[in-house]
Design a protein. Sequence first.
Length: 231
Amino acid sequence: MKLIAGNWKMFKGPRETRDFCEAFAPPEGVEAVLCPPFVSLPAALESGHTIFAQNVHWADDGAYTGEISAPMLAELGVAGAIVGHSERRQFFGETDETVARRAVAALGHELRVIACVGESLEERESGQMELVLRAQVEAIRDAVGDHEGLVLAYEPVWAIGTGQTATPGQARQAHSIIKELVDVPVLYGGSVKPENAEELLTQEGVDGALVGGASLDVESFTALCRTAANL
Ligand code: PEP
């Protein structure tokens, strides 16, 4: 069964979250996950859909202003968390080390984890795609192994929010590099939308999708889930 996760980034407060969740009815045959902003988690959880946070801290508690811990998310009923999204790496100083620590904490509190990896355009163009991917994946794998709660997401940075997707061949190649290193499901992320979902989701090694922009609209996210369910 494919996993389709919607990363809402910093969109949708509690009211819009409630409206979306009421209208959202994923088909059988797909695992749909919604990742709203922290303040909208309680509203999303009321719906009974599977809900992940967009980040999680490595400590259980402490002097970490602005952060949220794994036990706090678990207490709320959240099922998992994204870690290492490229926007966190790019704008908030996340490193392979902090991403791995966040994954360890989440899995230790029985939360599932979607850990994001992916190269920048500059890294791809200078021939370093494989090197970068290996370092990112190994940092997570060395910290948590092939944990059953772990999912990786291959998200080439140049494809996120740009409308530019990896070609099916590029996705296949990157997923095969990742799967040689760790035996867990791997999602593809980067401008996935209903029109391109089928060709990406049918590539070998692509176990689902992490979706940003197209997850904000209930019709397009439902269409994506339907495509995945019918494969
Ligand atoms: C994302 O935020 O993880 C993402 C892949 O965004 P988009 O689908 O908008 O490219």
